[in-house]
Design a protein around this ligand. Structure first.
Ligand code: AMP
Length: 373
């Protein structure tokens, strides 16, 4: 229970911390093109509260957040609940998923004292900036984006929110003057809309109240492309109809072992790492590497002499060892929803102060009168 005790102690310290962070203090000293004296390096990432999380979400998103935090980044993590409204949803499920995601973020090791954790909807500036940016975006450009076309094609009535989705994504980042967005390699294109809106804003209003955000891609450790256990040509996904295609963060050790045992491989018994010709076995090696902190060579060496069937047991044990502490911490946090809500409230207060700072400059540039005091 040390983790929970530490969280509570941290929460008691919040009032002082708000003030400190609200002044825009930055923990990180690394510099890149996107940052400057005016815009210190700040990393943001959003996670959608949809469905039960799997190991791909853990290695590709949650653990990455912890690594960024531990590297000293000024990190903001928001639960993208407004984005979840663009498709048909169940309000109670959205509430439950938001709390569950927050619990998992904390259970993974995100420290709410060092990183800002909050729900998007708790900071109204996201939606306000979205409107100002929507007035600069064109319908033709947004309707041309591949993700919109794909989703809209499947619907008879296309909600306007689906079209505006990338503008809200841009607002999510620009409203904090974030210099970097932690994304997977296949999501870097989403930042193009934000970059274009920054350019349009500069041309229209002759100033730039936010930096042009850049993608912060994961290292080449395979963490952003874990494959389905049933079809290694596909990414592991929450929406795959086959539950054995993914390992959930709530799965017990036995269920993990069962799903790994059923994972599709091939008829060659030796363990090698050859993603092109042996994608199923390569997926197991990738999981082993991520769970055990090994390189592909080290994982294959550890498998020396084992058949793929025996190797599956080794991978299942490594994965279970990595996930068991997370599962236990998540369980403790689920029993303390008030604590999780408190973390989110405190995070939102810090986020609001940061957003107000940027939004005031944007609103002034656009010509909006400051609100009466
Ligand atoms: P989702 O809610 O499924 O879009 O996933 C949220 C985040 O989890 C993504 O932005 C990725 O960073 C990560 N993620 C999702 N699926 C995978 C996967 N198969 N492998 C690695 N990371 C993933």
């Amino acid at each position: 229970m040390e983790f929970i005790r530490r969280s509570i102690v941290n929460l008691r310290r919040y009032p002082r911390r708000f003030h400190y962070c609200g002044l825009g203090h930055n923990y990180c000293t690394k510099k890149s093109e996107a940052e400057s004296e005016e815009w210190p390096r700040r990393v943001i990432t959003g996670l959608q509260p949809t469905g039960a999380l799997h190991v791909g979400n853990y290695f590709g998103a949650l653990r990455r957040c912890v690594q960024l935090q531990d590297a000293g980044e000024d990190l903001m993590i928001f639960i993208a609940d407004l984005h979840s409204l663009t498709t048909h949803h169940n309000p109670q499920a959205l509430r439950d998923n938001s709390l569950e995601l927050a619990a998992l973020v904390l259970a993974a090791g995100v420290d709410p004292e060092r990183s800002v954790v909050f729900t998007q909807s708790a900071v109204p500036r996201h939606a306000e900036l979205c409107w100002l940016l929507a007035c600069l975006a064109t319908q033709a450009r947004l309707a041309h984006l591949p993700q919109y076309k794909e989703k809209a094609a499947a619907l008879k009535e296309v909600p306007l929110g689906l079209l505006l989705y990338p503008v809200l994504q841009a607002a999510d980042v620009l409203v904090y003057g974030a210099t970097h967005v932690a994304v997977g390699a296949d999501q870097a294109q989403h930042l193009q809309v934000a970059a274009q809106l920054v350019r349009t804003f500069r041309h229209r209003y002759g100033c730039q109240p936010f930096p042009t955000p850049r993608a912060l891609l994961p290292g080449d450790d395979g963490s952003d492309r874990l494959r389905s256990l049933r079809d290694p040509s596909k990414k592991m996904s929450k929406s795959d109809p086959d539950p054995k295609s993914r390992i959930l963060l709530t799965d017990s050790d036995d269920v993990i072992a069962l799903k790994i045992r059923k994972a599709v491989t091939d008829f060659t018994p030796q363990v090698t790492y050859d993603p092109e010709r042996r994608p199923g076995v390569a997926s197991l090696v990738a999981l082993h590497c991520l769970a055990g902190g090994l390189s592909a060579e080290e994982a294959v060496e550890a498998a020396g002499g084992l058949t793929t069937a025996q190797y599956k047991r080794l991978v299942a044990r490594a994965l279970a060892a990595e996930l068991a502490p997370l599962r236990a911490r998540a369980e403790s946090l689920r029993a303390k929803p008030r604590l999780v809500r408190h973390v989110l409230r405190a995070g939102a207060a810090r986020a609001r102060r940061r957003a107000d700072h940027v939004y005031a400059r944007v609103a002034a540039a656009v010509g909006l009168l400051p609100p009466a005091r």
